[in-house]
Design a protein around this ligand. Structure first.
Ligand SMILES: C[S@@+](CC[C@H](N)C(=O)[O-])C[C@H]1O[C@@H](n2cnc3c(N)ncnc32)[C@H](O)[C@@H]1O
Length: 474
């Protein structure tokens, strides 16, 4: 094949599938793949190339020439800027097909054939909007604008609260509301904007020179209990006016009443670090430090930092699917990468004991507290799974692994490949990692027999997966 030209004028492209993080994929006139943001599969777009990396064009959509068959109007006012929910223009069923197809292709690309694996229909909940129980927003002095708004002369500098623009650490997409967040969280967001964003309010943090006061806002909700938490992260106040503004925010938010939900935990926390993260030491607390969520019979205690699935109804569908995938009569459930213990505790009534391993000490403490409150016999160990390989040898156990996106540590995959357990269920947020790890497990004494997809994050590029492995040497 001849050398490909690097220059590529604007062109039209058929979007045939999904790329990374919900982007659309097509083929450029020179035959190379092209990845486009906000490009629903099934559409034909006019695009302008913005560069080429590792043989793939990155291009910007300038016009939709032909919409996909199942086109729907996006609900979000920040659509095409925020980037969190790039697939809103595609009907939800078509989205699920596109996301599932990509996940299956990613698994096979890593050497795991799905030819004789039973693929179950995608599971989902009714709420395709207003499903997130947690959002993190950033205050910012520069906003990200569309080219059209830029051309209209809209100001970039000002006082904003929203989500980070993709690839722009210093710009926020101003967000009066978030369509995928639970409505009570939008009510707290609205009230926060009214109290803190007016011109006379305290200085907003500027990540370019690390100056200013207001940094982040974290909102989370126990959907089943109606308890809402709001945390305002600021730098150390440099004046009485800043301190008073934070206190006034706390008073206003803690007094908020929202249909069917109650703000029970309001916190002001200080973060003087340069890392742009919503973390910090509590300076003032109104109400309780924690909120609660209930899944089945288990009540979960959630702090500002506790890991918890961000779609509560979706988590129940996911955990029920894991329960269905576990078919043996095992009396011990090994919950690896257990976070706050949610999978093991939710399924605890099927076994005598739950053993969990998780690297984050705070999550393990949450898991222990959750177990005691729920009356479950469980042992949770803090540490990396790869440092506890001897704990994986539990004859007759049922094992559930739910690793982060990177998947299993190679030592863990090798140890599990010949582990003396009865069954193994792999929960994956990264299909590529599942594909890579499944190849190692199948080189041992496991066989992947069933695969489920669960739509936890409508309108994004994600699809959660549950794989059932059975022993082949029995
Ligand atoms: C996808 S989350 C799963 C959490 C939990 N199973 C749930 O459903 O809520 C992955 C978890 O693995 C933990 N983790 C990441 N690397 C780890 C490691 N090497 N060893 C143990 N835990 C790890 C993370 O802190 C996180 O809680």
């Amino acid at each position: 094949m001849g050398k490909r030209r690097r220059h590529q004028p604007p062109f039209e492209v058929e979007i045939t599938g999904l790329g990374k993080s919900g982007t659309g994929l097509g083929t450029a006139p020179d035959g190379a793949p092209v990845q486009v943001r906000f490009a629903p599969p099934g559409s034909r777009l006019h695009v302008v190339p913005a560069g080429r990396r590792k043989g793939m064009w990155q291009a910007r959509r300038t016009a939709m020439i032909r919409p996909p068959v199942s086109v729907v109007p996006p609900r979000c006012g920040q659509f095409a800027l925020c980037g969190g929910c790039q697939l809103q223009e595609l009907g939800i069923e078509a989205q699920r097909v596109a996301r599932t197809n990509k996940a299956m292709a990613d698994i096979e690309a890593k050497g795991t054939s799905l030819a004789d694996v039973q693929i179950h229909p995608t599971r989902f909940t009714d709420d395709t909007y207003n499903y997130r129980n947690k959002v993190e927003l950033s205050f910012g002095v520069s906003r990200y604008l569309s080219e059209a708004d830029h051309a209209k002369g809209f100001a970039i500098d000002g006082r904003f609260l929203g989500f980070h623009a993709a690839g722009r650490f210093d710009r926020v997409v101003d967000a009066p509301r978030c369509e995928i967040a639970q409505e009570p969280l939008n009510a707290v967001l609205k009230a926060t904007r009214e109290v803190l964003l007016p011109e006379e309010g305290p200085a907003l943090y500027n990540v370019r020179d690390n100056t200013g006061f207001l940094r982040h806002l974290l909102l989370r909700m126990g959907v089943t209990t109606g308890e809402v938490m709001a945390v305002l992260y600021t730098a150390t106040p440099l004046s009485n006016a800043e301190r008073e503004a934070a206190m006034a925010w706390g008073e206003a938010i803690s007094a908020l009443t929202i249909d069917g939900a109650t703000v029970t935990s309001v916190q002001w926390a200080i973060n003087d670090g340069v890392a742009d993260v919503a973390r910090g030491a509590t300076e003032h607390l109104w109400g309780e430090e924690r909120i609660h969520e209930r899944l089945g019979d288990v009540i979960f205690d959630l702090s500002a930092t506790s890991f918890f699935q961000t779609n509560t109804a979706g988590a129940i569908v996911l955990y029920d699917t894991i329960g269905e995938a576990l078919t043996s009569e095992s009396r011990t459930l090994l919950d690896l990468y257990c976070g706050t213990g949610s999978i093991g505790l939710y399924l605890a009534d099927r076994v005598d004991t739950v053993i969990g391993i998780e690297e984050r000490e705070d999550a393990v403490q949450d898991a222990r507290r959750n177990a005691v409150r729920s009356g479950v016999t469980a042992t949770f160990t803090a540490g990396k799974v790869e440092h506890h390989l001897s704990s994986l040898a539990v004859p007759g156990a049922a094992m559930v692994v739910d690793p982060p996106r990177a998947g299993l540590h190679p030592k863990v995959a090798l140890a599990l490949a010949t582990a003396d357990a009865d069954e193994l269920v792999y929960v994956a947020c990264s299909p590529a990692s599942l594909g890579r790890d499944a190849a190692v497990l199948q080189a041992g004494h496991w066989k992947l027999t069933d695969l489920w997809t669960v739509d936890l994050f409508p309108h994004t590029g994600h699809i959660e997966m549950v794989g059932r492995f059975v022993r082949t040497n029995r």
